[in-house]
Design a protein around this ligand. Structure first.
Ligand code: BGC
Length: 679
């Protein structure tokens, strides 16, 4: 009963705070009145952060200090908290409800700690497996990343916590990130790199946007008027505030004119002396500073931060709801890549136990940098296996080379490999090959036992070429969060039927990746009197599966792929005119013996495009739980926008009227049904 009352209260509260997310004229007027009361010095100070993670308060005007915390997979900074599955894992669930619940739980964890602003989600598109922050982001597809971002933000913000979408924009690599310019053409920006930011602004009403470290076409993102003024605040109508990434500002005038509102973690460029000098010389006007203070205050007011305490003492720091959602996300995000009959585990005996080995067997790894979270408690895979009881006796070996007889006798060998906070992290890129010694370990196990199961913890694809054919099963666990070991143990034992699918393509070799020749910077060049390093995104819109399909390169595992312990059949598709687009309707039948959930993916391809377009692009999906032997009718709406492309002449999304193919599939490479529609 208590639980029911609490959730009812949460729903009611949710409605109240949700309506406060849009910035109203009243919020603007109230902010304006405050700006008018502030002295010039107070206003300049206000647009520079304080103590690494705060916006300063102005006590005499009743403006409280505002606390921020990273980040995408848990509340960081001076606290332990729930460690959720990482961003890319949330995308791998392909479950919009789960993505929103992650936001809700993060919002509750933030309220339990008095945090006003969460520095997430991160939505930079996955171009290559090398980017050290892929684990924080949401994969290679702009539609999937948009859905993940929108739901996650709605979840957080309904709890009365502001979300920050980051890093705007095109921070798709980590090496030398302060100095490299991402040189990208207009159509590619709009079709691939902007959609998740735009959806966050237009649909989820995100309160804050964080710029990136890199330059975009030669101008640093924090000072880039094309990004901030023309697109974000202009075309998309963003009314919240734009903050810099931590130490990503480079000039006072650039920050003022480019449209940045708040410099973090403190004023390096928009400091009192530098801003005063520009004001005194008449280069800058006071109204330009007022505009920034106004943007910050109107967002804080809209979120109620001036009117109520942020700390919610009714929520425990070790929140049961968050722990439950962390577990759900790990279960739904794991992707079964390969299974030659060894899974679910058949059980073992004391004589022929299950052997568990590898650097990630008895820890829960998490990516490093600002995305790292100190969990309150974790369940490693070793601990998860113990919860399975007597049927699955499991022995943890170190020193695997001296445990040969145990490996040879084992009913199955689980090798838990991957990266961790030191090898996959912000501020550096990672290798495509697994960290040293891990390939050898898997090969060793496979040479001595035919039932080897590899569990990988990583933010994206890894090189499997040395052992992919030699092992019996591969499970992609991402960074699965604090309950990850329990979830993966339950998947291995068949208590949970895997239902995650890849949010990126896994290439066979790095050379196959469409960005292989355009990932590292070319020779520095000069433009507008500056010499700068740059990466030209020569693959254009053909990122990920769009690129593999264009070049006819078969990946190791395609975008949208993931196995289940059951099988699904598709039938009876139809496209019915609905609104300005179509409803795609079809039936999915669970033809196996286990209950399961199937992600159905809807792609659209134009028959006679007037510009180069990908063969097909993801424009809708649905995850449906279907009991064994039962069927479900699935309906996915495709609005007109699902058929459009970005036209560089009009600078708008446009429809080229004509025929389109709608592909209904279980992955990008496993299309089960097609329909033709006229738009
Ligand atoms: C990261 C941001 C993060 C900030 C604060 C920066 O290094 O790029 O994503 O929010 O630090 O920790």
């Amino acid at each position: 009963m208590k639980r029911f009352v609490l959730s009812l209260a949460a729903v009611v509260l949710g409605v109240v705070t949700l309506s406060a997310q849009s910035i109203t004229q009243e919020d603007k007027d109230r902010a304006k009145a405050l700006v008018e009361k502030m002295t010039l010095e107070e206003k300049i100070d206000y647009i520079g952060g304080l103590n690494k993670f705060y916006i300063r308060g102005v006590e005499r005007l009743g403006i409280p200090e505002i606390r921020m915390a990273d980040g995408p997979q848990g509340v960081r900074n001076d606290t332990k908290s729930t460690l959720f599955a990482c961003g890319v894992a949330a995308a791998a669930t392909w479950n919009e409800t789960a993505m929103k619940e992650m936001g809700t739980a993060l919002g509750q964890d933030a309220r339990a700690r008095g945090v006003h602003i969460m520095l997430g989600p991160g939505v930079n598109i996955y171009r290559s497996p090398l980017c050290g922050r892929n684990f924080e982001y949401m994969g290679e597809d702009p539609y999937l990343a948009s859905r993940a971002a929108v739901n996650y933000i709605k979840g957080i913000q309904a709890e009365g916590v502001m979300a920050t979408i980051k890093h705007f924009a095109m921070n798709n690599q980590e090496y030398d990130r302060h100095h490299v310019s991402s040189d990208v053409d207009e159509r590619t920006m709009n079709e691939i790199y902007f959609p998740s930011f735009r959806a966050a602004v237009e649909e989820a009403k995100v309160g804050a946007v964080m710029t990136s470290y890199n330059q975009v076409n030669g101008i640093h993102a924090a000072e880039n008027p094309y990004l901030i003024r023309e697109n974000l605040k202009g075309k998309w109508g963003f009314q919240g505030f734009v903050m810099s990434d931590w130490t990503s500002t480079y000039s006072t005038l650039g920050c003022i004119r480019g449209g940045l509102d708040l410099e973090m973690p403190m004023a390096y460029c928009m400091d009192r002396a530098s801003v005063m000098a520009l004001l005194e010389n008449g280069v800058v006007e006071e109204s330009e500073i007022d505009e920034k203070v106004q943007n910050i205050l109107q967002a804080l007011i809209a979120f109620g931060f001036l009117d109520r305490p942020q700390l919610d003492k009714n929520i425990s720091e070790d929140n049961q709801y968050s722990n439950d959602i962390a577990y759900k996300l790990s279960c739904e995000s794991a992707v079964l890549l390969k299974n030659e009959g060894v899974l679910p585990l058949k059980g073992a005996t004391k004589k022929n136990q299950i052997v568990l080995m590898g650097p990630n067997a008895d820890v829960i790894p998490c990516g490093g940098g600002s995305g790292r979270v100190d969990a309150i408690h974790t369940t490693s895979l070793a601990e998860g296996m113990k919860t399975l009881g007597k049927k699955y006796p499991t022995v943890l070996v170190d020193n695997y080379k001296s445990s040969v007889s145990a490996i040879e006798k084992a009913a199955a060998v689980i090798v838990s490999v991957g990266y961790d906070k030191t090898s996959e992290r912000e501020n550096s890129d990672r290798t495509f090959t697994l960290p040293e010694g891990q390939d050898e370990m898997i090969e060793f196990a496979a040479a001595h036992n035919k039932n080897v199961i590899v569990v990988i913890y990583a933010g994206g694809a890894v090189d499997m070429s040395r052992w992919q054919d030699k092992v019996a099963a591969i499970v992609m666990g991402w960074y699965p969060g604090q309950q990850g070991g329990l979830a993966i143990a339950n998947i291995l034992a068949g208590k949970v039927n895997p239902s995650g699918k890849l949010p990126m393509s896994f290439e066979k070799t790095l050379e196959d990746n469409p960005t292989y020749n355009s990932y590292y910077p070319a020779e520095p060049r000069s433009k507008r009197g500056f010499t700068y390093k740059f990466v030209t995104y020569t693959e254009g819109i053909f990122v990920g599966y769009r690129g593999y399909e264009r070049k006819g390169i078969e990946p190791a595992y395609p975008f949208g792929y993931g196995l289940s312990y059951t099988t699904f059949e598709y039938a009876a598709s139809n496209c019915i005119k609905s609104g300005d687009g179509y409803d795609v309707v079809f039936t999915v039948t669970n033809t196996g013996k286990r209950d399961g959930a199937e992600v159905s993916e809807i792609y659209v391809g134009e028959k006679n495009p007037c510009v180069a377009r990908p063969a097909k692009e993801l424009k809708g999906f649905a995850k449906t739980v279907i009991p064994a032997g039962k069927s479900a009718k699935v309906r996915v709406h495709l609005p007109k926008s699902a058929f459009e492309y970005y036209d560089v002449k009009s600078h708008e999304w446009v429809l080229n009227p004509g025929y389109f193919t709608v592909y209904i599939g279980s992955s990008s490479a496993d299309i089960r049904l097609t329909e033709e529609v006229l738009m």
